[in-house]
Design a protein around this ligand. Structure first.
Ligand code: SR1
Ligand code: MG
Length: 413
């Protein structure tokens, strides 16, 4: 099928021609309920329900939705998203939506309707709490990252998997520009809350900060450690009280493990730091700090557990070979690897926090704070912590050290 962008009127007749979808929905397309709900920066998302069930149909647009047709973007991102969804489903099937249908020509991916799920970001902005979320995300990260890494995958197969994602260059380029470069100079689409002009100017002149951000960019460009989701912020997570699903893997590629880990931690930390602006008269709730700790610790424990559980006879990755017959050496290797991932995660988290405040793509956590003065206060606190995460990484040997720094900042408000 060649590409035609769908709309709320054309999506039902189109999906009715796909037997797997028509069967899932039941009844006649004239009776299906359709809503376009895409609130991300790039795509169309249609929720379609019939008498027997529902689907979510995601279609890529040939340009960046947030900006418009002046910023073209290849439809091939839908192909990479489907590829990643399949790979993620191999390792963490409970944590991703099931694929119902995919059409490369239409850049269209049809998945299970996630209901009554909502985005984690929207839920956090409203002060909702999901006690299973951190554990589920730790599981997703450990399972997808470990089992696509050089610990688990034989080296020839690993290189073939890296190659399978190499063409997703336009999506990687967005990250390279928007996260590592543009926040640190006067890029045309940057914007920020008015009260931040002084710190924005200071960051642009801050040589250690800019060098640290470039260092993270170098890691992002040249460290194909594992299959990354590539855009794991709280808008890419759907939650209910019992379930957590990770969606939107269109930025997937083989990159540094700490990138996915750092991005989600940064978004939890920003959710925490937005509280004094969102609910100025309420006591600060430490729940998100606890969740960030639980996520990192759950990830590290599960990642290590996967490593220990590899059988000596199996054909695993080349980084596993070192410790095949020496359990003490294996423990040292695990500790060293997790420490390196943690250091990367800190740097990537710092970059993510800065770009969400001074770059192009902001987040609802801060943007929904109507009072500009309060918003600037929350954002300034986040910027200062983010700078420390990037430039003074040694001051944060573990997640508790970040919690302490964030909590002090919040009390000081
Ligand atoms: C132009 S796209 C801006 C951002 O939206 C996506 O969700 C990614 O986070 C990207 O950086
Ligand atoms: Mg997205």
């Amino acid at each position: 099928m060649s590409y035609i962008p769908l709309d709320e009127r054309s999506v039902a007749p189109f999906l009715a021609t796909v037997p797997a979808v028509a069967l899932r929905l039941g009844g006649a397309p004239e009776g299906w309920q359709v809503r376009e709900v895409g609130d991300g920066n790039l795509n169309l998302v249609f929720l379609v329900s019939g008498p027997d069930g529902g689907v979510a149909a995601k279609q890529a647009l040939p340009y960046v939705r947030l900006v418009g047709e002046s910023w073209p973007l290849p439809l091939s991102r839908a192909y990479y998203e489907r590829l990643a969804l399949a790979d993620e489903a191999l390792h963490a099937p409970a944590r991703v939506p099931a694929l119902v249908h995919h059409d490369d020509g239409m850049a269209l991916t049809v998945m299970d309707l996630l209901a009554p799920h909502r985005t984690l970001r929207g839920a956090l902005v409203e002060g909702e709490r999901y006690p299973l979320m951190a554990g589920h995300l730790a599981e997703f990260l450990a399972d997808t990252l470990f089992f696509t890494s050089d610990m688990a995958v034989p080296v020839a197969e690993k290189k073939a998997r890296i190659a399978a994602y190499l063409g997703n260059t336009a999506m990687c380029r967005i990250t390279e520009d928007l996260i590592f470069d543009e926040p640190f100079f006067d890029a045309p689409m940057n914007h920020h809350t008015p009260g931040l002009a002084d710190i924005v100017a200071a960051f642009r002149a801050d040589v250690p900060l800019r060098l640290a951000a470039q260092g993270m960019k170098a890691r992002f460009l040249a460290a194909p450690e594992a299959l990354l989701h590539g855009d794991l912020h709280t808008g890419s997570v759907m939650v209910t009280a019992d379930d957590t699903k990770v969606i939107d893997a269109e930025f997937a590629f083989y990159g540094p493990i700490g990138f996915d880990v750092g991005m989600i931690l940064a978004n939890l930390w920003m959710g925490y730091l937005a509280q004094p602006g969102q609910r100025p008269h309420a006591a600060i709730d430490p729940w998100l700090l606890d969740q960030a700790e639980a996520l990192w610790e759950g990830f590290a424990e599960r990642f290590a557990g996967h490593w220990r559980a590899l059988s000596p006879e199996g054909d695993h990755g080349s980084l596993h070979a070192l410790a095949l017959t020496d359990a003490a050496l294996r423990e040292a290797a695990i500790e060293e690897r997790l420490a390196a991932i943690w250091q990367d995660a800190l740097g990537f988290a710092g970059c993510e926090m800065i770009r969400r405040i001074v770059g192009l793509a902001h987040i609802a956590d801060f943007e929904t704070i109507v009072d500009e003065g309060r918003r600037a206060d929350c954002e300034r606190r986040a910027l200062l912590i983010a700078r420390a995460l990037l430039v003074e990484r040694a001051a944060f040997p573990d997640v508790g050290a970040v919690t302490d720094a964030l909590r002090l900042e919040a009390v000081a408000a």
